[in-house]
Design a protein around this ligand. Structure first.
Ligand SMILES: *[C@@H]1O[C@H](CO)[C@@H](O)[C@H](O)[C@H]1NC(C)=O
Ligand SMILES: [Cu+2]
Ligand SMILES: [Zn+2]
Length: 227
């Protein structure tokens, strides 16, 4: 059984090996997330196989099933980094302290921006072979409209705006409940994109506002990778 759990399998359900709670040896966590009723099912082998359910705020519309073997180091999946290029300069760090569904923090500094607000998103692809444009559209696994990060109707990749000061520097320190570094909605391998203009957060009153936020061209991008 344990050797089977060592391999990640991606089907309709994602079974992700590699994150564990060594201090609680023998415990496996099965995370089931279904139709806005996410739940955490603990199967505790060390406790005679007793199970417990827990629910947390989440807006997923698909089923996530993640099995965590107890003997691997979760810390491998808790940090990611992005080096931005394509006009702007900067490095961002992603941290998710409470895998697999805890919030993710993005911290860093971006330079060489024009002063003012800039749309800031995760785009679907990590393909920057044609520049930032080949990162494709906003990462939107649940097929929602574009919106503000605090809205329920939003793309997973919608992180609002960052704000550059008069020197062109933006300090980023965003905590987002929907971003994850593991599981079916992981952003690892996808791209951060910084836009030339302000994201209207879906309130622009036109069709593009509900797709892109009318944030304009792409002035910087980088691929998110585990760190
Ligand atoms: C980001 O904000 C958090 C919470 O306010 C704080 O603990 C952290 O130190 C901040 N990070 C940076 C790089 O300023
Ligand atoms: Cu974007
Ligand atoms: Zn969006």
């Amino acid at each position: 059984m344990m050797s089977v759990l060592r391999y990640a399998v991606w089907v309709l359900l994602a079974i992700s090996a590699g994150v564990g709670h060594p201090a609680e040896g023998g415990r496996h966590i099965v995370y089931i997330n279904h139709n806005n009723y996410p739940s955490l099912l603990y199967i505790n082998a060390a406790n005679g196989g007793r199970t417990a359910m827990d629910t947390r705020a989440d807006t997923s519309d698909i089923i996530n099933l993640i099995l965590y073997p107890a003997d691997q180091d979760a810390k491998k999946f808790q940090k990611a980094t992005v080096v931005l290029s394509g006009g702007v300069e900067g490095t961002l760090t992603f941290t998710q302290d409470d895998l697999p569904i805890g919030q993710t923090r993005i911290e860093g500094v971006i330079n060489k921006l024009t002063p003012g607000p800039h749309g800031f998103h995760i785009h679907m692809l990590g393909d920057l072979s044609g520049g930032c444009v080949t990162a494709a559209g906003h990462y939107n696994p649940y097929m929602k409209n574009h919106g503000a990060p605090e809205h329920r109707e939003r793309h997973v990749g919608d992180l609002g705006n960052i704000f550059a000061d008069n020197t062109g520097q933006a300090v980023v320190n965003i905590t987002d409940p929907l971003l994850s570094l593991v599981g079916p909605r992981s952003v690892v391998g996808r791209a951060v994109v910084v836009h030339a203009g302000e994201d209207d957060l879906g309130s622009g009153g036109n069709e593009d506002s509900l797709k892109t936020g009318n944030a304009g061209g792409r002035v910087g991008c980088g691929v998110i990778g585990y760190a």
